[in-house]
Design a protein around this ligand. Structure first.
Ligand code: ARG
Length: 579
């Protein structure tokens, strides 16, 4: 919407300048202070052309501009021309737009392009750890954002269900395993076995070889190996799906690494045919020295394939299936070299579509005792994090509950459900609120602070907006949309601030998709909520005696609620109507 006004300015100015509309739009900025208007056009670059000072140019230009109803005034100020929006007109336009737009208005932005998103992708036989929450939360938000602007989104879970670690687990299970213990608490038990393997290997180095042999057997289709592996996988998927249900995430395909097992030989053959394969100390590699990268290892001495081999096969398969416009891998920053190598090899193979593949990295989630590692058994289960968030949320709910009258009071089940929703929203929001490349520091006090920059704060704001609307409808009556056309009298500064925030939504969604940054939406929603709080502190909506004004104000409430709800959904957070 912002663009709409910039275009108006361009139309006014282009008559008098030898710049294209787009060049003018690129120059337009926002003035540093409110009293300097809403848009500023700088005249510095024109000085050379007109051979006059930018100050004089600004004055000359302004005197030539015709009136334009969307602007209340246009003034030269030093080397700038400042444009002041006609506030009531602006508020009216924005509310009208927001309250009437439909999904279709946004869908046309990308117009049916296809994006493949590879995200979450936890490793089976390990718990769903907080480390995988980042990929899950960011990937899921991006999926919603792309979907919102009209992409066909393909969500792929590239489960880590293949590789030497399964050799290790098979060895551990065969040596120390116990069926009963496995069925009681499968994931914890498998984790314990894995940790035990790594302890024992320090003294019994031969275990490492044994594990390699078992993985090789698994790759060769050995029955005993397959039965165990399948068992581990089933248990893990049960656990993962339980977590996905809780946080509201779904996938179109669970194509884990093992899925590509029968698709690898043709890929290796293609690489060989293109004369890119090299033998190095018995292993099969693609040499990347000319590109200043270490070689990409495709097969070990014993013939076992690797993570990278499966990623090559996966990329080719996905291209074949979807002919995507973009493919995004939402994976931690520590794998950036891996993706550079994989993309490079695809390029060397002559697959031009690799241009549309992108690694979307992110920082670590940090805790007090440093980076987590499965091997030391210090892994933090997402489930435990959510349980704790829920408990804290329940405390907050009980506080508000104590202030409610009897007829508003909630049942325990109700409270429990709400606490879970608030807990999940808060955990997800804290993951998404900062630029994804930054590390996240998990701090419970901050995450569940109802007055902080948090998920719980946004949920409170949303529930409050819903509450105002409900009250309005019971006490005053239906909201009269027809009044919208007459909304001339709303010029309140705070309404204007809200309208300005609302008018940015569309551009922010596009920007979030372009930069692959859910944090753009997160920050936007915080600003919007803040603008609303300020508004609500100053103005009455329901208690306003002037009926017209009250009707006008509720429209702002309605519009903020609509955008806040949509924005939360874009982040993968289900907005709550009551707290
Ligand atoms: N399972 C991997 C891990 O946990 C992430 C997989 C990411 N996706 C991919 N196509 N490599 O580190």
């Amino acid at each position: 919407m912002d663009t709409y006004y910039k275009k108006k300015i361009a139309a006014l100015l282009s008559e008098h300048l030898s710049l294209s509309d787009n060049e003018i739009i690129d120059l337009i900025g926002s003035p540093p202070k409110k009293d300097m208007g809403d848009y500023a056009f700088p005249c510095f670059t024109l000085a050379k052309v007109f051979k006059k000072s930018p100050q004089v140019i600004a004055q000359d230009l302004v005197s030539k501009l015709p009136t334009e109803p969307v602007f209340q005034s246009m003034e030269a100020m030093g080397p700038y021309i400042n444009f002041y929006l006609n506030k009531s007109q602006f508020i009216k336009d924005v509310l009208q737009k927001v309250l009437t737009w439909t999904e279709e208005d946004f869908k046309s932005i990308a117009g049916g392009k296809t994006v493949v998103i590879d995200f979450s992708s936890p490793n089976i036989a390990k718990p769903f750890s907080i480390a995988h929450l980042r990929s899950t939360a960011i990937g899921n938000a991006l999926a919603h954002i792309f979907d919102y602007i009209g992409y066909r989104v393909v969500r792929i879970n590239h489960l880590g269900d293949w590789g030497t670690s399964f050799g290790k687990l098979i060895v551990a299970y065969k040596r120390w395993g116990d069926e009963k213990a496995l069925s009681q608490a499968p994931i914890q038990y498998l984790l314990d076995l894995y940790v035990r393997f790594h302890k024992e290997v320090e003294e019994h180095g031969e275990l490492e070889e044994e594990a390699k042999t078992w993985f090789k057997r698994l790759e060769d289709g050995n029955d005993e190996a397959l039965v165990l592996w399948n068992r581990f996988k089933e248990e893990s998927l049960k656990e993962f799906n339980r977590m996905y249900d809780v946080i509201g995430v779904s996938f179109d395909h669970y194509w884990g690494e093992s899925f590509y097992q029968d698709k690898i030989d043709p890929v290796l053959k293609e690489i060989e045919d293109k004369k890119l394969l090299t033998e190095s100390q018995g292993a099969t590699i693609v040499d990347l020295e000319t590109c200043d990268m270490p070689p990409l290892l495709l097969k070990k001495q014993d013939g076992a394939t690797l993570y990278a081999t499966r990623d090559l096969a996966a990329a080719l398969y996905r291209w074949d299936q979807f002919h995507f416009d973009e493919m995004i891998y939402v994976v931690g920053g520590e794998q950036s070299l891996h993706f550079k190598q994989v993309f490079k090899v695809l390029e060397m193979m002559g697959h031009e579509w690799v241009e549309h593949c992108e690694h979307v990295g992110f920082g670590l989630i940090q805790f007090k005792d440093g980076k987590m590692s499965t091997r030391k058994g210090k892994i933090i289960f997402l489930e435990d994090v959510i349980t704790k968030a829920k408990e804290l949320a329940l405390e907050k709910i009980k506080e508000t509950e104590a202030e409610k009258s009897d007829d508003e009071a909630s049942s325990d089940v109700d409270m429990d459900e709400r606490a879970l929703k608030i807990g999940v929203s808060s955990v997800i929001f804290s993951d998404l609120k900062n630029g994804r490349l930054k590390d996240v520091l998990f701090d419970w006090e901050e995450i569940l602070n109802p007055r902080g920059e948090t998920g719980i704060y946004l949920q409170y704001t949303h529930a409050r907006l819903c509450g105002i609307i409900r009250k309005f409808e019971t006490r005053i009556g239906p909201i009269e949309y027809t009044e919208r056309g007459e909304m001339g009298s709303v010029t309140e500064e705070a309404s204007f601030d809200i309208a300005k925030e609302l008018s940015n939504f569309r551009d922010q969604v596009i920007y979030a998709a372009k930069t692959r940054e859910p944090s753009v939406i997160a920050r936007y929603l915080l600003n919007l909520a803040q603008a609303f709080s300020t508004y609500y502190r100053v103005y009455h909506v329901i208690n306003e005696k002037d009926a017209t004004l009250s009707q006008e104000r509720i429209l702002s409430v309605l519009a903020v609620k609509k955008v806040l709800a949509d924005g939360l959904r874009l982040l993968g957070i289900e907005p709550m109507d009551r707290m």
